[in-house]
Write a protein that binds this ligand. Sequence first.
Ligand code: FAD
Ligand code: S2G
Ligand code: ZN
Length: 475
Amino acid sequence: LTSKRYPKLKRGPFATLTDADVSSLERLVSGRVITDKSDLDGYNTDWLRTVRGASTIVLRPKTTEEVSAIVSYCHDRGLAVVPQGGNTGLVAGSVPVFDEVIISTQLMNNIISLDEVSGTLVCQAGCVLAALDDHVAQRGLTMPLDLGAKGSCHIGGNLATNAGGVRLLRHGSLHGSVLGLEAVLPSGEVLDCMSTLRKDNTGYDLKQLLIGAEGTLGIITKASILCPQRPNVVSVALLGCANFQGVLDIFRETKTKLGEILSAFEFMDTASMEMIGENLRLINPISASPFYVLIETGGSNKEHDEEKLSALLEGLMEKGKAMDGTLATDTTKIQAIWGLRERMAEGLLHDGYCYKYDVSLPLPSFYQLVEDMRERVEGSAKRVVGYGHIGDGNLHLNVTSSEYSQHTMDLIEPFIYDWVANYKGSISAEHGLGFKKRDFIYHSKSPSAVALMKQIKNLIDPKGIMNPYKLLPSK
Ligand code: FAD
Ligand code: S2G
Ligand code: ZN
C-alpha cells in the first residue's frame, strides 16, 4: 500500500487495525483510547504542519504495565506503533507515516521522587519539561536542558531525540545527565535500566542506546535525571556586531572573561531579527545590526557576576567588537530578550512553509552556508535566516516560502547536505533524522556504522513495528 503523499514509499508488511483490535486495546487502556477523526488530527500532524499521518487510533496509557500490555498486543498482531510525547519534534519522527498506532505518553506525567542533596529526579516519561523545571526550581535545582518547546515537550521525547537546546553549553548532553531509564521494548518486555547512581561501570551502558534512538528501539516510560544547582543570579546581554567574525571574537572573549558562569551563547542574524519583528511584533531592544549575540550568565554572587559581565561588555565596546548592547538582570527584561531567540521557530511558521535545517559545522565556515544558500535560492524563497547555538557549533538555517515548492526544495536538497558533509559537519545536530532526514544519514555516518545500527534495530525489533520509516535509511 503506497499513499499518494509518498508515492515512492511502500507501507511495511504490518497488520491493519480491526474492530476486534480496537475493543481488545480498549480493554487494556479503558476510556483512554481516541478514535474520533476530529480528535485524531492533532496527533497525526507534526508541529511544523508539514506531514500528516493516517492513524485511526491513539492510546493513552498511564503506567509502564499498560504500555507493556499494549506493545505486546501490537507485537503479537504485527501492528506498527509510533511513540508520541509532546509532538514538538521537527523531523516528522513523532507522527505516523501511514496508519501506525499512536501511543501517547500524555498521561504518564507523575514525578516519582527528587533527592535534593544529589539533585536526582525520577519521573515518568510523559512529564512536560517546563513542569519538571518548575518542580525542581522549588528546591533550588534546574533541569539540565532548556529549549523553546519546554512548555509542551515531554522528558521522554527529549531523551528519545537527545534534545540539545540553549543550555547544552553549560550542562552538556543528555547522555551525561541521564542516570537511568526504563523502557518497553518492541516485544512488550520492560527494560529496567533505572538507576540513581552517578557512577556504574557494570556492563554495556544500554540506556545510551535509547537516548537519541527517536523511538525506534523502544518506548521510554521512566527516567532518572541529574539536576544541577539552579543559579540564583542570572544576567543576559544582547549585543549587536558588524560581522560573523565579530560573533566568533565575542565568543572567545566571553569564554575567557566569564569562564564558569557562562550559561548560554546564541547568535541571530539580521534576517532572523527582522522576521521576528515582522511576524511576531517582538521589539529589538538595541539598534539594528548585521549580527546579534545573546550571552547569559548564571552564578551565585551578584556583585561578582555583574562585575565580570560589565568588564566584558565595556571591553568589547572599547575594542569596537560590539556596536551596541543591552544588559538585563530583571526577569521581565531577561524573558523579553530570550523570547526573541526562543520564538524563532514560531515566528517562521507565519511565513508559510519552512524548510528547516539544524546542522553542526566548524565555526570558521559556519555562516558561509547561510550566505551560499541565500545566493542559491535568490528569487525562489521568501526568506533565509540563520541563528543558533554557537557554543555548540550548531546552526539553524531556515528557508521559507509562502507555500511548499518542489522547485525551492530541489534547490536546497541535497545541496545543503553535500555542503555540510564537505565540511565534515553533521546534517542533524540535535533534532534527529526522523522521517524527513533519514535518507541523508550517509552524509554524516559511515556505511559500517549504519550497517551496525540496522543490525541492532533488527536484534531489538525483528518485526520492525517500533516507529517504522524513521531514523534508518529507506534503502
Ligand atoms: P515528540 O515530538 O512527541 O517525539 C519526538 C521523537 O521521539 C519521535 O521520534 C517520537 O517517536 C519519539 N518519542 C517521543 N516520546 C518517546 C518516548 N517516551 N519513548 C521513545 N520515543 C519517544 N530540539 C533541540 O534539540 N534543541 C532545541 O533548541 C529545540 N528547540 C525547539 C523549539 C521549538 C519551538 C520546537 C517546536 C521544537 C524544538 N526542538 C528543539 C525539537 C525537540 O526535539 C523536541 O521539541 C523535543 O525534544 C521532542 O520532545 P516531544 O516530547 O515533543 O517528542
Ligand atoms: C532552536 C528549534 C527551532 C528551529 O530554536 O534552537 O532547535 O527553528 C531550534 O530550528
Ligand atoms: Zn536548537
